[in-house]
Design a protein around this ligand. Structure first.
Ligand code: AKG
Length: 365
């Protein structure tokens, strides 16, 4: 018999504490979403009112040829406006992208008890965390998403500690995307007058994490969100999405672009990867690059998977706007802080748009 989810605490225990996740609710055969997942009206996503982002993907193979400067301009321009862009010819084999999506489906199809061993309270590895929603303890309404998160320290630990079902493809994704991440960062920092040499890599992208997200079908997509409005905490995010669609980005109000303040959908493009600017790049650039506010809708027809790589500085790293940019701007818009303190603040609060940046913001009034 399907469990009843009429009581918030029994739902919380089933989904979060027992590790059944949203997938467990859907498998139990519900016909409408439990109250705990119904978003306040302002957060619900109206699929019909959003337009698609028509910007073509950036061809990264051209970084090696006569169009190098033009491609750098495209990367810079996208980061200064939407904070989101797509790339093709990125160096990650397309067959690997297909394997990653299949692996994510396979992992989340495992019985709940096989996934629940990685819940943060009991995980055998500090690198691996399986969970649901973002911070369920703090959210007014839960997000319709389960995930597995794998932090990277080195190859040996990844191969020993990441779940056997996903470790090989996740590690390959991380490794085959490294050069692309470095090239993108080199272009973005170069535009700020900062040369990226090996000694600075850890300061900018010393910490990496691969997640696999699973958004089960939802009986009431109009009432729920897969992920609520947020920007990413780190430097750059590399995202593989499947063909289902549903990733929306808010066009910032303060950029020279059409559709200011509107949500646009980042359409799935076969073989492409989605790149987005995180809060740290916004801070280093003193606000020039925009960490993109984004969210994900759910669908009633097919479950969706996405696989992001989150890059960020090492936790011990001090972060502040780059001095040469501050000099040019005549003002620092963010204060200096240690990245681990930013992380604690980010993970200590429910998603709330770009509020995460307030941790470092210097108010000018
Ligand atoms: O699933 C997606 O397309 C985006 C996922 C995301 O925003 C996240 O994991 O933070």
């Amino acid at each position: 018999m399907a469990p009843t989810f009429d009581n918030e605490s029994s739902l919380f225990n089933f989904v979060v504490r027992d590790g059944n996740g949203v997938k467990g609710i859907v498998d139990s055969g519900i016909s409408k979403v439990p109250q705990a997942y119904i978003q306040p009206h302002a957060e619900q996503i109206d699929k019909k009112s959003a337009s698609k982002c028509e910007i073509p993907p950036i061809d990264l193979s051209k970084l090696d040829g006569p169009d190098h400067d033009e491609v750098v301009n495209q990367i810079v321009r996208a980061s200064e406006t939407l904070g989101f862009f797509q790339v093709v010819n990125h160096g990650v084999p397309v067959q690997l992208l297909d394997s990653l999506k299949q692996t994510a489906h396979n992992f989340f199809s495992l019985p709940a008890e096989r996934k629940a061993v990685y819940r943060k309270e009991v995980s055998p590895s500090p690198l691996v965390k399986y969970g649901t929603s973002f911070v369920p303890e703090k959210e007014r309404a839960l997000e319709w998403k389960d995930y597995i998160s794998m932090a990277y320290t080195n190859d040996d630990e990844a191969l020993q500690q990441w779940p056997i079902e996903c470790r090989d493809v996740a590690l390959q994704f991380l490794k085959t995307s490294h050069e692309m991440v470095r090239n993108l960062l080199e272009a973005l920092l170069g535009n700020l007058g900062e040369e990226l040499d090996d000694s600075k890599i850890d300061a900018f992208i010393g910490k990496k994490m691969v997640n696999m997200n699973f958004y089960p079908t939802c009986p009431n997509p109009e009432l729920t969100v897969g992920v609520g409005r947020h920007s990413d905490m780190g430097t750059l995010t590399i995202l593989l999405q499947d063909g289902i669609g549903g990733l929306y980005v808010k066009v910032p109000e303060d950029v020279d672009m059409e559709k200011k303040g509107e949500w646009v959908e980042i359409p799935p493009i076969p073989g492409a990867l989605v790149i987005n600017v995180g809060d740290m790049l916004q801070i280093w650039s003193n606000g020039r690059y925009k960490s993109a506010e984004h969210r994900v809708r759910t669908t009633s027809t097919k479950s969706r998977v996405s696989i992001p790589i989150f890059t960020s500085p090492l936790p011990t790293q001090k972060v502040a706007p780059l001095p040469q940019v501050v000099k040019k701007d005549g003002v620092a818009r963010y204060r200096e802080f240690v990245f681990s303190n930013y992380m604690n603040s980010f993970f200590g609060n429910a998603h709330d748009g770009k509020k995460s940046l307030e941790f470092a913001q210097i108010n000018s009034n």
